[in-house]
Write a protein that binds this ligand. Structure first.
Ligand code: SAH
Length: 266
């Protein structure tokens, strides 16, 4: 049975059998899925989804679709990247419409590029549906803009660990000098290394930092701290992944831009 709830009038792409669509689901709040994402869900035969994908979104899928959990989550790897890519290839070769649904944006620290390469190598046609990345939209849910005209002209997005799991192989001097605002993904484990490296490279100990966990979900938590107190405050707060760490003066704007606090008062 197809889900017949109509999408708004638009020339929606048809999901052809044997194709894979790599789709971002946004950072958490189901409403942050794009309409292209919804169009994909309505047509997919197989949905291969990650741990961070909101369950409500899966509920919008064609009820007949096969749902396959490919849960990878920092440290708790339950499916290897190569296996996931191979699965996508096999479902597509079996003539399925395969939706690969990922948290945030598939091309931002999301392995979507690697999966696209694997599909290309196997001659599987694919489409990419961008999503709202946690480092932008997730911070917006905490009232933190990644730019403000009077504060910064640039932002750097950084993964808190490299493919070997370390945080140390970055050019900290360049990162420190390069942009007023630094947005770290997957950085909780190495928050201490990151905070020390940035201070060694010249960023001030009292520079504002925010840690936002579960951004845009009901479990969202926001910690406002500084580079110098980051590690001890994370420990005290017992905040855990998934979290974004944002370094820079835009964090202070939360005082006036924390719109969720206004929503909570209604
Ligand atoms: N493709 C995703 C990022 C995947 S890497 C995106 O574009 O958002 C996984 C990391 O994303 C987590 O370790 C965390 O740093 C961040 N992240 C994802 N969802 C998040 C959320 N709801 N709140 C805070 N951080 C989140």
């Amino acid at each position: 049975m197809k889900n017949t709830n109509p999408l708004p009038a638009h020339d929606w792409p048809e999901f052809l059998p044997g194709w894979v669509w790599l789709c971002g689901a946004g950072p958490g709040d189901a409403g942050l899925l794009t309409l292209h994402g919804l169009n994909a869900l309505r047509q997919a035969d197989v949905i291969v989804f990650d741990a961070l994908v909101n369950g409500d979104i899966l509920g919008w899928a064609n009820p007949d679709a096969t749902r396959v959990f490919a849960g990878k989550r920092g440290g708790k790897t339950s499916a290897k990247q190569g296996d996931i890519s191979q699965q996508l290839v096999e479902y597509a070769q079996a003539g399925k419409r395969v939706l690969r649904l990922k948290g945030g944006d598939p091309f931002v620290f999301g392995r979507g590029a690697e999966e696209g390469q694997a599909l290309a190598a196997a001659n599987i046609p694919f489409r990419v549906i961008p999503g709202i990345s946690a480092g932008i939209g997730g911070l917006a849910y905490a009232g933190i803009p990644v730019t403000h005209g009077a504060v910064n002209q640039s932002v750097t997005f950084i993964s808190g660990h490299d493919p070997q799991g370390a945080a140390s192989n970055l050019n900290w001097r360049a990162i420190s000098d390069g942009a007023g605002v630094l947005v770290f993904y997957m950085a909780m484990k190495h928050a201490g290394v990151i905070s020390a490296a940035l201070r060694d490279a010249g960023r001030a100990s009292n520079e504002p930092v925010a840690v936002v966990s579960g951004a845009s979900t009901a479990a969202q938590r926001v910690l406002e701290t500084t580079l110098g107190t980051l590690v001890s405050d994370i420990e005290k707060s017992q905040m855990a992944a998934p979290a974004i760490i944002c370094v820079g003066r835009v964090v202070d704007l939360r005082k006036t831009l924390d719109w969720q606090a206004m929503v909570a008062k209604i």
